[in-house]
Write a protein that binds this ligand. Structure first.
Ligand SMILES: Nc1nc2c(ncn2[C@@H]2O[C@H](COP(=O)(O)OP(=O)(O)OP(=O)(O)O)[C@@H](O)[C@H]2O)c(=O)[nH]1
Ligand SMILES: [Mg+2]
Length: 216
């Protein structure tokens, strides 16, 4: 089975609480995956690498994804010659230092609405920067998200940026602390959206989650 690259379809971007509430209430049993992480960690880039390039917008300016972007993607089951549709969410980054209070509050409200109303069939992929693990906003986010009890996997992205031995051992040395802090997280992946490292196992994990028995 695999995700059909390039067949993912952008449905809409929502930056308004009422609209998000309506959409989620109209879709109570959605099965799919949501990408969330600090701004600029590579959520949109990972989405493009996994679901086909040009699915999501990639930016050099942090904070570019200002909406909950909703997509549809297709898993191709070649053995049984069937196709299955699921939802994909690119959720705005948290932990901005440089936005107005009003904007940060709007984001928080969007996140609250999203996590309160999304079905438990959504897999949460939390993206963090491999160069800066255990950042304060990530720890705050985990404290926040834990109570929603969604299946959550952690992705350390931009692994290609750990170029020297010493940069790599910095991450390695923090692993015991990372496993401790994120104990409740079911899987941890190490990826590079740019080079493609680790993406096939992330793809497999997504497929295993959305295709698990009893959910279609
Ligand atoms: N070297 C390297 N650069 C990456 C990787 N993933 C993303 N980038 C770069 O990081 C920048 C931000 O990537 P985005 O995918 O837009 O990040 P985002 O998390 O969606 O950001 P927001 O939408 O602002 O929350 C872009 O310049 C990407 O090209 C990676 O694995 N390796
Ligand atoms: Mg983005």
């Amino acid at each position: 089975m695999n995700i059909q690259k390039g067949k993912s379809e952008f449905l809409m971007g929502i930056d308004n609480i009422e609209q998000l509430t309506t959409w989620l209430n109209e879709h109570p049993f959605i099965n799919g995956v949501a990408f969330i992480g600090r701004s600029n960690v590579g959520k949109s880039s990972l989405i493009n690498s996994l679901f086909g390039k040009n699915t999501a917008r990639v930016s050099k300016t942090p904070g570019r994804t200002r909406q909950v972007n909703i997509f549809r993607f297709i898993v191709d089951d070649r053995l049984n010659k069937t196709e299955h549709e699921f939802y994909l969410f690119d959720v705005p980054g948290y932990g901005h230092a440089d936005v107005s209070k009003e904007m940060a509050q709007n984001w928080q409200n969007l996140l609250d609405t999203f996590f309160q109303l999304c079905s438990e069939k959504i897999l949460l992929l939390n993206i963090q920067d491999a160069r800066h693990p255990l950042q304060e906003p990530d720890l705050v986010f985990h404290d926040y998200i834990k109570s929603f009890q969604l299946e959550t996997y952690l992705l350390f992205n931009k692994m290609d940026k750990l170029k020297t031995q010493s940069e790599r051992s910095q991450l390695k040395n923090k692993m015991p602390q990372i496993y401790q802090k994120f104990k409740w997280v079911k899987q941890i992946h190490f990826t590079s959206a740019e080079k493609g490292d680790g993406l096939s196992s992330v793809e497999l994990s997504i497929i295993n989650f959305v295709m698990r028995p009893g959910t279609n």
